[in-house]
Each structure stands twice: as C-alpha cells, then as structure tokens.
Write a protein that binds this ligand. Structure first.
Ligand SMILES: [Zn+2]
Length: 326
C-alpha cells in the first residue's frame, strides 16, 4: 500500500476497501504553477489513511491541489470529499452534472442508489450493511463545479479532457490526457467482475444503465488509450486496454442471454440475481450485488418488448419473456 509513480508527475495512491484495491490518482502540472489534481476521494477513511500521507510523501503542498474530481457517486469514491475540502484549502470539488445530488448528500446513496430496489423487488442491503455504508460515505458537502463532459482542465503544462461516461452512474466522469494517452476511468467500465487484490472475483459488475454503458465502452475504445487506470482494476496497457473493453462488452451480451434463459419462467429480481451468479459467477459476493446490472438489463429488455412484468402491483415484482421473444 502507498503511492506509486505511473507516469511523469502522475501517481496512483493505493489502499484497500475490504478485499479490493482502491485507487486514487494524483496529477501534477509543471514546476511553475505546481498545481495538482486528484481523481476520486476514496472513503471517509481514505484522506487520513492514504491520500494526505501520499501527498506529503510526494511533496505536494495542500495549497497547490486545485481540483478534486469525484468521478461518480459511491462511498468509495466520494466518502473522503468533505475532509479533503477542509484539508486542501484551494481545491474545488467537482463531479458529473447528473451526479451532483448523490455526491453532495451521501445519505441519498443509501436511499436512492443502493436502496433503489427494496420497495418493488424486496432486494437490497441489510441494516448492518447500511450502517457500514454510512461509516464510510462521508459528510454532506457542497460541490463547486459540475462537468457535463467535453470540458478541458489545464494543469500547468498539461491538458486533460473531461468526458461523460455514464452507465455505472448517470453522470460518471473519466479524465483523458491526449498527450500521454493516459485514461483515468474509475468505475466507468466493469469487465467481468471487480477483483480482490489477489485477483480473485470480489464483486460482480455494477453498471445500471445498459445502453449508456455500451456507449461508454465504444467511446473509450475510440480514444485508443495507451493506459487505462481505474478505481479497482490493475492498470491495463497497450493491447490489454482494448481487450478489457471488449471483454466488458461481451459480458453484457452474456448477461442478456442467461437472463432470457431464466425468464422462460416468471422470475423475481432476486431469483434472476441468483441465476446469474450460478451461470456467470462466482462473483465473490452476495448475489444481491447483481441487482444493479440485472435490473438494468430487465429495463432494456422491457423497452424492447422482450420481457413483460406480470402484475405491476405485485411485490416483489415478477418478470417473464414476452410471447414474441419466445
Ligand atoms: Zn468503486
């Protein structure tokens, strides 16, 4: 654990969240301005345990950090933001336009994001799990600027493109530096699973919106980045980047196929999650964590007319293949 130089004036801050790696990135401009930017804020424990010690080790003074870019609303990417805003007096807090509400009011992660499937589907986290989420999600915080994608950030002599990369969240941001080919993708693309530090599966993919997710994969592919640096996955370089993106797209197709197989019989969201775990897993976590992707795929299949809801007032809801799709 610690801090690793990955390119000129570019570092990865490494820590763990449970069994998984958790990475933030520091980018510094040239000597004259010495401005720095931080990609992601970790959990509420990360500033003290990892980020501030790393900045000290790198000799980056607190006053020179200009940007705190939270790529998306999740406790492991936004939780440290309120502390970092206090500790880094000149930094502006930024996130995606569509994610502002969730990033600035972390309790909404529990109610709106992680708890989105409780009422209609009876699927979600336990009270004990919600308490551990609250321990890490940080305090409410004001966001200074939002990005919609298409903006440029100038960091001394470096130019970064801010890109909108939705799917895992509505406003997910990635940062791309055309001059170096470095892409900071955070959790925009999920591959086949999220690994533990030892490489074994620790969490299934957790994108929510399938069409935007596929468009994000296409967008990142079109950049042909030299290196992909994400929130939890090991760095991918050269041809590994395109393989990572292609394999992420293939997972989407595989998931559609196993869902349609189970939907021959009426199925609840929970039953579908368990089926996906059995057919495409193990993912190393409670199948409940598949609720985001499975629900996302159900919505897309529904929009296409391939899947119907049996009785919309039934709890939990049940789904089955529409006649035309059989
Ligand atoms: Zn994450």
């Amino acid at each position: 654990m610690g801090v690793v130089e990955i390119a000129d004036r570019t570092w990865r801050i490494e820590s763990l969240i449970g069994p998984r790696n958790l990475f933030q990135y520091v980018l510094a401009g040239d000597g004259r301005t010495a401005e720095a930017l931080l990609v992601d804020a970790g959990t509420s424990a990360s500033p003290r345990d990892a980020i501030l010690p790393a900045l000290r080790r790198l000799g980056i003074r607190a006053e020179t950090v200009r940007y705190l870019v939270v790529t998306h609303p999740d406790l492991d990417h936004q939780g440290g933001l309120s502390i970092l805003k206090q500790e880094l007096p000149n930094a502006v807090a930024a996130c995606g336009f569509a994610d502002r509400g969730l990033v600035s009011e972390p309790e909404r992660l529990v109610t709106d994001r992680y708890g989105a499937y409780e009422r209609e589907h009876g699927v979600g986290y336990t009270d004990a799990e919600k308490e551990s989420i609250r321990d890490l999600y940080g305090s409410p915080v004001s966001i200074d600027i939002t990005f919609a994608g298409g903006e440029q950030i100038e960091l001394g002599d470096r130019q970064l493109s801010v890109l909108h990369a939705p799917g895992h969240s509505a406003g997910h941001l990635v940062l791309y530096e055309p001059a170096s080919g470095l892409l900071f993708s955070s959790d925009a693309v999920h591959w086949r699973f999220c690994p533990a530090a030892d490489g074994n599966a620790a969490l299934p993919p957790t994108y929510e919106d399938v069409e935007p997710y596929l468009a994000t994969i296409d967008l990142l592919e079109s950049l042909a980045p030299h290196e992909l640096h994400s929130g939890h996955w090991p760095a991918r370089t050269g041809s590994e980047v395109l393989a990572f993106l292609r394999e992420s797209r293939e997972f989407v197709g595989a998931l559609d196929a196993v869902l349609q197989e189970r939907l021959e019989a009426p199925s609840t969201l929970r039953e579908l999650c368990e089926h996906v775990e059995m057919r495409l897993g193990p993912f190393g976590a409670d199948p409940v964590n598949l609720m985001f992707v499975v629900h996302g795929h159900l919505r897309r299949l529904g929009r296409r007319g391939d899947v119907r809801t049996l009785d919309p007032s039934e709890r939990p809801r049940r789904f089955e293949l529409a006649v035309a799709a059989r």
